[in-house]
Write a protein of this length. Sequence first.
Length: 262
Amino acid sequence: MPVDETLIAIANRLADTSGAVIRPLFRQRIDVAHKQGMRMFDPVTEADKGAERAIRDLLARERPDDGILGEEYGEQKGSSGYRWVLDPVDGTRAFITGRHEWGSLIALEHDGKPVLGILDQPVLGERFVGVNGAAHLVQAGKASPLKVRECASLADAVLCATDPGAYFSKEQLSAFARVERLVKMTRYGGDCYLFAALALGFVDMVIEANFHAWDVAALIPLVEGAGGIITSWDGGSAQPGKTILASGDRRIHAEAMKLLAG
């Protein structure tokens, strides 16, 4: 079912609202806390929390029957068949180190399927939107279509991952290495912004692990709308998170899946 213009407009308002909270806090001396119960350092700031609160407040006024799942404040059940999935600062480590490789992720699911995804970088003024089978980048009010690039072989591919050493298990590191040794170039760091680079046609493949639903829900319509493919490592749905394999070309996607499987 196509997403109507009213819902698209609300999604953009949510991104505007999130950005208004986050933008003034970037490259400021703000408090950084560690999320309790996490094995390794998992930072959270008022940018993460304040932006999610602002989004939830807007949804309470405009879409009170919709469900919400957010990284910072959990799940709120709804009755409309729609659910908003939120990660207002995906890439908090980049955020607290003054780098731009982060974004606000806002997704809309209908009957459990992601149908709209926004990756907003409010400091750079870049908004990547995937909806209704297409994807575009909005800058200064102008929308430009997004299209992944062709790449027939891993030998020609640019591979990206955020931090395999931190997020991958020993077995996953070995699987990743089987792909990495065959590609032309690998770059690390980037979180959600790597998927924007994929949709722009500057990266050919992104491999991640230890994702949550809020890390990936917005990226599925974006990558697919740009003509790419995004799945788990074994070719299943990317929606639950866990392992993620995103590619601009189905040929290298199939090749990488075989290598990841061993």
